[in-house]
Write a protein that binds this ligand. Structure first.
Ligand code: NAP
Length: 278
């Protein structure tokens, strides 16, 4: 049985469309009550009304703009103070396909605020409460471009690399405290993301997954105990190798002296009697 099929409330950001709306659907089906967060209250209400009718769960709509301090603070307060919260799905995010020479830096900053700052602050708000209760699940939505970083806009890709790295660190910090952290790396998924990112044709590409398949695979990965789930990666051994290599290289960084290839020992600082070698 799934760890999410029992009880508790799931707070889902970006629940008004796409991947977040499918999480709402699936987590309500699994027996979770929901708190749905996004800016578009009307769309949230349509989803909430439907899910109340279909599942009988308690569904609360919490309209908030996570790009504003006030909106963020409102959601942080719920995560800190509502003892029923069992799951946080950090899903709200925006992307772009523009290169550095085309992209507007203010939009890039807003992307960082949503994809990184909001996700971080919401995680910080809920983590102590989960630790105090000895249980809780955090699902952070990253992207395959967090690894395949040259694919889209660089700030977007880097924001998703952050989510992956942050997840590794959270797993280390929280694993023995009963808190599960799953990082999900969707590939191209057929949602409004691509309209906002500036490349709508991606929605109908043959390599683009449905949001339903993406979320169902992500939840199957969660049920299987995966720390990182990549719905579109068939060759799971490639991920295992990447992770093994990353962990193997980590202790190798610990050296007081630079590597011999830099020949730092043969270089001078202008001290008398010693000459420069380049
Ligand atoms: P989407 O349909 O555009 O959904 C984005 C959600 O974020 C919407 O519910 C939107 O709701 C919400 N949102 C945007 N700005 C917000 C703000 N300032 N405050 C609060 N909520 C905000 O796109 P999606 O594909 O489902 O995206 C969900 C996540 O998946 C994102 O983190 C994205 O980076 C990631 N992802 C998507 C793909 C893909 O190909 N689609 C691939 C990899 C990863 P409102 O407009 O109502 O606020």
């Amino acid at each position: 049985m799934s760890s999410l099929s029992a009880k508790g409330t799931a707070l889902i950001t970006g629940a008004s469309s796409g991947i977040g709306a499918v999480y709402a659907d699936r987590l309500a089906e699994r027996g979770c009550d929901l708190i749905l967060v996004a800016r578009n209250e009307q769309r949230l209400n349509v989803i909430a009304d439907r899910l109340r009718g279909e599942t009988g769960r308690q569904i609360t709509v919490l309209p908030a703009d996570l790009n504003t301090k006030g909106g963020l603070a409102k959601v942080e307060a719920v995560l800190r103070d509502n003892p029923g919260i069992a799951v946080l799905v950090n899903n709200a995010g925006v992307g772009s396909v523009a290169s550095i020479l085309q992209a507007d830096v203010d939009k890039m900053e807003a992307m960082i605020d949503l994809n990184i700052t909001a996700l971080t602050r919401l995680t910080y708000a809920v983590a102590p409460a989960f630790v105090a209760r000895g249980k809780g699940t955090i699902i952070n939505i990253s992207s395959v471009v967090g690894i395949a970083v040259e694919s889209l806009n660089g700030v977007y890709s880097a924001s998703k690399s952050y989510v992956l790295s942050f997840g590794h660190s959270l797993q280390k910090d929280l694993a023995d405290k009963g808190v599960r952290v799953q990082t999900v790396l969707p590939g191209a998924t057929a949602t409004e993301f691509w309209d906002i990112a500036g490349y709508p044709p991606q929605k109908t590409s043959e390599v683009t997954m449905s949001a339903e398949d993406c979320v169902d695979a992500a939840l199957a990965g969660l049920d299987a105990g995966e720390l990182v789930t990549i719905p579109g990666l068939h060759e799971v051994e490639l991920w295992a190798r990447w992770e093994t290599d990353r962990r193997d290289i980590s202790p190798k960084f610990r050296n007081a002296k630079p590597a011999p290839r830099y020949r730092v020992g043969s270089r001078t600082t202008g001290v008398a009697g010693v000459s420069r070698t380049f």
